[in-house]
Design a binder for this molecule. Structure first.
Ligand code: GCO
Length: 462
């Protein structure tokens, strides 16, 4: 109910990613990533857009920190650019790249904002892709070396690290259906090998961050997560939604590679339970690469928190034949990407996560709403639909907290409009509007709404 204050320790933040906002793609020693390359592949990215300039955050970071301070953000989730810090992916580090994140982190701390750093948010150095990328088992060592360099440099000031953003999207979109960089469409066995390599890299990265840390740090990740939502709150429908949320493949019939690569448990059972899901093993276990002694222990190196990125869920009901997807109601609210607006997704996502993986701190590391908004004659950006989206989803977090689900923080995606991957600049997620022609930032109505919410620690929610 309105007026409820979130726990004092609840962290209110916003999130971005290096390739989506920094620009300066060829500056100060940075070398191409697979996304620089992918954007030059005709037809792959909307209108041939790229992150060459993006929001020019590399040069405007001080102004952006000022906006974060004006919003009253308590934390800011950004990502380190691997090709800016280690331009060849391994070996020597690029001092000018490291210096940028020193300036950013020191500026955040000066503004009283906690820096939360994602090590990998999809911008794999092209040099590593040319050596096989996530297909090469060596990537577990490449990623660990990179993680060590980041932790060694910043762990005196950054106390919260996330290893890999959305493993599912990296593999499903990048290696299975090819709609994201590096644009590959590999057969199921090879996709499964990339999953295993990526999970080993994650585990090695957790260890490397801790080994190199100069002081206590917390390590987690940021998972893509589209929970199934019970069509009613009957015990049967809740059970059906829980089962559907963690399913990886059907017991029989054709296997859909991309769909399987999207599944949540395929990555999170190994990370959090130390084993691949039973339904996956029964049909695809033989496609895994050889699992050496210690591999599953590496993959399940304990994390200090779970980061989940949730935008919407899919209604499911119980039937005699098992969980059945319920079509969205005709004309249901949808955002500019066409994604259904399902306010209960954060609640059920967090609840099912806790029930399966235990009471580990949960941060919503991404949640937000794309709207094709623009400044009106008054020079403001009125985005009531985004406010309604954020308000209604956060009411689900409030319900979860009141029921004991360990929601500990929320990072709105995104601080500012930015490069939305294959959709280029056609989709705007920011609570701050960016005029890409001039770089001008304008805090949207949703940004002012969010600032007020933070000031009242959630008490102004509906
Ligand atoms: C993701 C990525 C973000 C996207 C955002 C909107 O979750 O896909 O982490 O980089 O921009 O989610 O799609």
């Amino acid at each position: 109910m309105a007026g409820y204050s979130f726990p004092e320790s609840f962290k209110w933040g916003a999130a971005t990613a290096a390739y989506q906002i920094e620009g300066a793609a060829n500056e100060d020693g940075r070398k191409p990533s697979i996304w620089d390359n992918f954007c030059r592949w005709p037809g792959k990215v909307f209108d041939g857009h790229s992150g060459d300039v993006a929001c020019d955050h590399y040069h405007r970071y001080a102004e952006d920190i000022g906006i974060m301070k004006q919003l009253g953000l308590q934390a800011y989730r950004f990502s380190f650019s691997w090709p800016r810090i280690m331009p060849d992916g391994t070996g020597s580090v690029n001092e000018k790249g490291l210096d940028f994140y020193d300036r950013l982190i020191d500026g955040l701390l000066e503004a009283g904002i906690e820096p939360w750093g994602t090590l990998f948010h999809w911008d794999l150095p092209m040099a590593l892709h040319e050596r096989g990328g996530w297909l090469n088992p060596e990537i577990r060592h490449w990623f660990a070396d990179y993680a060590r360099a980041v932790s060694d440099r910043y762990s005196d000031r950054v106390k919260n690290f996330m290893t890999i953003n959305e493993p599912q999207v990296i593999i499903a979109f990048g290696y299975a259906d090819g709609k994201f960089a590096p644009g590959l469409q590999l057969p199921l066995p090879q996709c499964i090998q990339t999953v295993h390599n990526l999970l080993l890299a994650h585990g090695e990265g957790v260890r490397a961050i801790r080994e190199a840390a100069r002081g206590p740090v917390r390590v987690g990740h940021a998972a893509q997560y589209m929970p199934s939502l019970p069509n009613s709150e009957s015990a049967e429908d809740i059970s059906a939604a829980r089962q559907a949320t963690f399913a990886t493949c059907k017991a029989e019939g054709p296997l859909d590679t991309a769909k399987m690569m999207w599944s949540f448990a395929l990555y999170h059972d190994p990370m959090l339970l130390g084993s691949y899901p039973a339904d996956f093993m029964s049909r695809c276990g033989h496609m895994l690469p050889k699992i050496h002694a210690g591999d599953m222990e590496t993959i399940s190196e304990p994390m200090d928190f779970l980061g989940i990125n949730i935008y919407w869920g899919e209604p499911v009901r119980a039937t005699a034949e098992g969980p059945q997807v319920v079509p969205y109601a005709p004309g249901c609210p949808r955002n500019s990407f066409g994604w259904a607006v399902t306010p209960e997704a954060l609640y059920w996502g967090g609840r099912f996560c806790q029930e399966r993986y235990g009471k580990k701190d949960i941060y919503i590391t991404e949640n937000g709403c794309p709207v094709t908004d623009w400044p009106t004659a008054d020079g403001k950006v009125h985005d009531p639909m985004r406010i309604d989206y954020l308000d209604s989803y956060l009411c689900g977090v409030r319900r979860g907290i009141q029921e004991g689900i360990p929601f500990k923080g929320y990072f709105c995606w995104s601080l500012m409009d930015n490069f939305e991957w294959a959709a280029g600049y056609s989709q705007r997620f920011g609570i701050v509007y960016v005029d890409y022609a001039t770089g001008k930032r304008t805090i949207k109505d949703s940004g002012h709404w969010y600032a007020d919410l933070i000031k009242n620690n959630g008490a102004t929610l509906s």
